[in-house]
Write a protein that binds this ligand. Structure first.
Ligand SMILES: Cc1cc2nc3c(=O)[nH]c(=O)nc-3n(C[C@H](O)[C@H](O)[C@H](O)COP(=O)(O)OP(=O)(O)OC[C@H]3O[C@@H](n4cnc5c(N)ncnc54)[C@H](O)[C@@H]3O)c2cc1C
Length: 403
């Protein structure tokens, strides 16, 4: 007989754990969710793409504080800067608000929420014994949704080396506007972001764990804040890690087994280029719930491998080239920003990348198909800029002759 997995223990009440709890409890499962802090301001940008908002419309419709972003500004390592309008808005949430919203939905669906740290998980009588500081609980199936920093992962699968992580440091700074700002730096596999939320900014920097230390990143961010018009008055510091799995680790890591599964950051489901993890946390929760409710938890891995793992593998394969490689005789980052500035067709591709509509898998093909047009637009734009400068120069010469 197939095990029914009636009692499900979920460790972690971030976006992944909370959405899984909601979907399983809605379908009548007995769900026990543990989180040491419940809703909290987890270090994060808090940016949700249009793709995520379309997949889970309650995130768009919910009456919680968030900021809608209509513009994006990119700065290249050389200082070249481009600003463009987004055709589909990004929503930026504080994580306290986002986690609170998701946990309220889980509670309303009938999940029991327990605040406390899970210390140990042991096999027991065909199921699991979950040990916390406040007591012991049992479950037929355990979901590990305890994020990137949790050591619970290693109870079930091999530990990940430092090459599979980025470090991130940042500040919450009072203030607000409606433009997302991203700055790339020379020799940094990562970037600075300024994400404006409802009443403050999440300003941060991330880089490969084996590259720069957290204090070096912090200093670089602090030095850069004035160029964004920001300072540290009233700011609150944060630091965390972001999974950024190497292609082999993504391919070979196991994220499910007999009576257990991992979702979200605990499984390493984050885009290795952008650090975007919220979409994948929610999507993995949804796929696991689907498999469990079909009475086929073994289907979770194949569903992930079909649904989004190829996209994450693609990001992992091209991440080094994105940050440090060359394209058409210059650095990829410089070229990308120059073309965004000069070509409407290239800007369209960038807009689709920011909305989540453009996947990495067919990005190359789309760019190459559009390349003649992109090149023509770039040449014309350069020509107009040069002509504009000449005309302006002549006018000012005439002006000084007349004076
Ligand atoms: C600085 C930074 C900026 C980011 N910006 C973005 C962004 O703008 N957009 C985006 O899409 N992604 C972003 N990410 C990634 C995103 O934050 C994560 O992918 C996302 O939070 C993953 O959700 P999760 O539910 O898997 O894990 P988490 O959100 O980490 O939740 C895990 C939960 O488990 C709990 N927990 C851990 N251990 C235990 C235990 N032993 N017992 C009980 N509870 C436990 C924790 O309290 C926590 O609430 C960013 C990450 C960082 C670090």
């Amino acid at each position: 007989m197939m095990p029914s997995f009636e009692r499900i223990g979920i460790i972690g009440g971030g976006p992944a754990g909370a959405l899984a709890a909601t979907q399983l409890a809605c379908a009548g499962r007995e769900v026990l969710l543990f989180d040491e802090k419940l809703a909290w301001e987890k270090p994060c940008g808090g940016g949700l793409t249009d793709k995520a908002l379309a997949q889970w419309p309650f995130l768009r419709d919910a009456q919680v504080e968030r900021n809608w972003i209509a513009d994006c500004e990119l700065t290249a390592p050389s200082g070249r800067r481009v600003r463009f309008a987004l055709d589909r808005q990004i929503a930026i949430f504080s994580r306290l608000a986002l986690n609170g919203l998701l946990l309220d939905r889980a509670r309303d669906a009938g999940a029991a929420l327990r605040q406390g740290r899970v210390l140990q998980i042991d096999e027991s009588g065909g199921g699991w014994a979950i040990r916390t500081a406040n007591g012991n609980y049992s479950a037929d199936f355990v979901v590990i949704a305890s994020g990137a920093r949790s050591s619970l992962r290693t109870r079930f699968t091999a530990a990940l080396g430092p090459e599979n992580f980025m470090v991130a440091a940042g500040y919450y700074i009072p203030g607000n506007h409606h433009t997302v700002q991203i700055k790339f730096l020379e020799a940094l596999h990562g970037y600075i972001w300024i994400f404006p939320r409802a009443d403050h900014f999440s300003a941060g920097i991330c880089g490969r764990m084996q590259g720069k230390s957290t204090s070096e990143l912090r200093r670089t961010l602090e030095d850069s804040l004035p160029e964004f018009g920001l300072n540290l008055d009233g700011a609150r510091f944060y630091a965390h890690i972001i999974p950024s799995l190497a292609p082999d680790a993504l391919r070979n890591s196991s994220f499910a087994g007999n009576g257990w599964a991992m979702i979200g950051d605990a499984a390493g489901f984050v885009d290795a280029i952008t650090g975007e993890g919220l979409y994948y946390a929610l999507r993995s929760a949804e796929l696991l719930s689907e498999a469990l409710l079909a009475g086929a938890p073994e289907q979770y891995s194949p569903l992930v491998k079909k649904d989004f793992l190829p996209e994450l593998e693609h990001a992992a394969r091209i991440a080094n080239r994105f940050y440090g490689g060359e394209w058409m005789g210059g650095s990829v980052l410089e070229r990308m920003i120059k073309l965004t500035q000069r070509s409407a067709s290239f800007r369209e591709i960038m807009r689709d990348l920011f909305s989540g509509a453009q996947e990495y898998s067919d990005l190359r093909q789309r760019v190459y198909e559009k390349l003649p047009r992109i090149a023509m637009e770039a040449v014309m734009s350069k020509l107009w800029t040069t002509l504009g400068r000449r005309v302006a120069g002549r006018q000012s010469n005439l002006g000084s002759l007349e004076a």
